[in-house]
Design a binder for this molecule. Structure first.
Ligand SMILES: *Cc1c(COP(=O)(O)O)cnc(C)c1O
Length: 409
């Protein structure tokens, strides 16, 4: 387990793994060739959104971090998921003499010999959505028996897309938690089957943490300094906590007290918030508080947080704010109408961050004593580019109807 101080060594290790595997990724996926196999998203100036949502306030500069556009996986899960599958592939290849040292060209992992070797292994994950897409597609591309356990009510287009990419989709009658439990049990019972554990995996966590240096470089390029007079505020949608936790861990390692990371959770599913607020190590779920964990933000509908993440986050995290489903849809529509950015509901949660920080009593008490006029606000948009356009239209129509009803009352 990593200690609670940000561990630069483990972050660097994940970064070097992703860097040395970039030529491999470029060879496996034509859509990554242009970027040389580097998994990175744009930092987009969001001034029009700032002006529209926060008119008149001199409250720094707003940006979107566009992980909704990450290639191949279409979501933030590309960061952690690709990293974990690549780490497994490297370790199997080393064990079988296909790779000899740390510097060897990783494109050897895409040769027919490597595919034959990986074909004897399975990579399993339980996921209703984006994690399954990331793990499944990468594992199948390397020749693993890629298995994604899903609840039967998972979206049909997701199952279809996985199957097209050579992934085995196993459907379960129960809910998401049952699908994960079944996947875990089957994988652990089988030899040579690696189970990707969203709640405990350090390989996922540090894959996310590796995002920090990329963002730092983009901020420099945009002319944004990060220091005591120019603090950085980051708002990331949170499910089990791995993605926002890993990214925050990485940013804290780089920027220390000058970065302030906030998680955005649905009102019905604030699993990290309830765990941290309990002040205890005993697992607490949102059901324990009488919440129903029902939200349109399917990527964030998680009842119990990752213990790996909550154990680490206490001292590192700025805070957690919650977002109602209605507000998610308003955010989704604002992104579309003002910036032309189309995302899934989960990915719009962070948009509420700057207004919450600057406008709520809790937010204002946090910023007491912090110089805010030159702050940089980064809203992480986390998924959407693989969502079929009719589903995106559906989200936007739903949001539009909600706005009309609200205007009428
Ligand atoms: C998974 C996911 C998140 C949150 O990541 P966790 O590791 O579950 O906290 C946020 N947004 C989208 C779109 C996701 O798929």
């Amino acid at each position: 387990m990593p200690g609670s101080a940000p561990s630069l060594a483990l972050i660097d290790e994940a970064e070097s793994r992703l860097a040395r595997c970039a030529p491999l990724l470029a060879a496996l996926f034509p859509e990554l060739a242009a970027a040389g196999g580097h998994i990175e998203s744009r930092l987009m100036d969001a001034k029009p959104l700032h002006l529209a949502l926060d008119a008149g306030e001199a409250s720094g500069n707003w940006y979107l971090k566009r992980d909704d556009e990450l290639p191949v996986a279409g979501s933030i899960k590309a960061r952690g998921g690709f990293h974990e599958v690549l780490a497994i592939a490297e370790s199997i290849a080393l064990e079988h003499g296909l790779l000899h040292d740390a510097s060897a060209d990783r494109r050897v992992l895409a040769t027919p010999q490597a595919r034959t070797l990986f074909g004897q292994y399975a990579v399993t994950v339980g996921s209703t959505g984006n994690l399954g897409m990331s793990i499944g597609v990468m594992a199948a591309a390397l020749g693993f028996d890629a298995v994604v356990h899903m609840s039967a009510d998972a979206k049909e287009w997701k199952k279809d897309r996985l199957r097209q990419r050579g992934v085995r989709v196993v459907e379960h009658a129960g809910d998401y938690a049952e699908a994960v439990a079944a996947g875990r049990a089957q994988a652990l019972a089988a030899p040579r089957n690696h189970f990707v554990d969203d709640e405990r995996s350090e390989l996922l966590f540090f894959g996310y943490a590796a995002a920090a240096r990329g963002l730092a470089a983009q901020l420099t390029e945009a002319g944004r300094v990060v220091d005591a007079d120019h603090p950085l505020f980051v708002y990331i949608p949170c499910g089990v906590g791995g993605a926002p936790g890993g990214i925050s861990h990485g940013l804290k390692a780089l920027f220390g007290p000058h970065v302030h990371c906030f998680f955005a959770e649905p009102v019905a599913s604030p699993c990290v918030l309830v765990q941290l607020a309990s002040g205890s190590d005993t697992p607490v779920s949102v059901y324990d508080l009488g919440l129903d964990n029902r939200t349109e933000a399917d990527g964030l509908a998680v009842g119990q947080a990752s213990e790996l993440v909550t154990a680490l986050m206490g001292p590192q995290l700025g805070g957690v704010f919650t977002v109602s489903d209605d507000e998610l849809y308003l955010n989704l529509l604002a992104l579309k109408d003002i910036l032309g950015v189309e995302v899934e509901p989960s990915a719009a949660a962070g948009v509420s961050g700057p207004r919450w920080l600057l406008g709520s009593a809790a937010g204002r008490s946090y910023t007491q004593g912090i110089e805010m006029s030159q702050a940089t606000h980064v809203i992480w948009t986390t998924g959407g580019s693989l969502v079929p356009s009719d589903a995106l239209r559906g989200f936007q129509e739903h949001a539009g109807q909600f706005c009309l009803r609200r205007a009428a009352t």
